[in-house]
Design a protein around this ligand. Structure first.
Ligand code: 5GP
Ligand code: ZN
Length: 113
């Protein structure tokens, strides 16, 4: 049995606000928006963290990031954007399906950093 919340989002068992999808990758808004437009980029195949991520999956994932970032830029007009990835509980990972956070930045006091 797979209890992974991101696998459930990928399978459509749990709703999400998807901003991008292709054969290998899905991106959706984080349920808890650190800043407006906070987005998660996720491989469709379950891999726990960076240590399990295959080079192919890394490449499929990262090649989507400029497109997704530009979509965020167009929709939300941030001044900057951080990419964040937590691996392991100690490092702050709470969902154990690899994902990258795209966190748009709007200036001091925008809620991040
Ligand atoms: P982590 O702490 O593992 O780097 O990030 C996990 C992220 O997943 C958190 O920012 C959290 O808000 C988000 N998250 C957890 N459950 C859900 C969910 O059901 N839907 C969406 N869209 N995001 C989720
Ligand atoms: Zn999963």
């Amino acid at each position: 049995m797979n209890d992974c919340i991101f696998c459930k989002i990928i399978n459509g068992e749990i709703p999400s606000a998807k901003v991008y999808e292709d054969e290998h990758v899905v991106a959706f808004l984080d349920i808890s928006q650190v800043t407006k437009g906070h987005t998660l980029v996720v491989p469709k195949v379950h891999m726990t963290d960076l240590f399990e991520l295959t080079p192919d999956a890394a490449s499929q994932l990262f090649r989507t990031v400029p497109k997704i970032a530009n979509g965020i830029k167009k929709q939300f007009a941030p001044i900057g954007l951080n990419i964040l990835n937590n691996n392991g509980e100690l490092a702050g990972q709470t969902v154990f399906h690899f994902h990258m956070h795209l966190i748009p930045r709007y200036g001091k006091g925008d809620g991040f950093g």
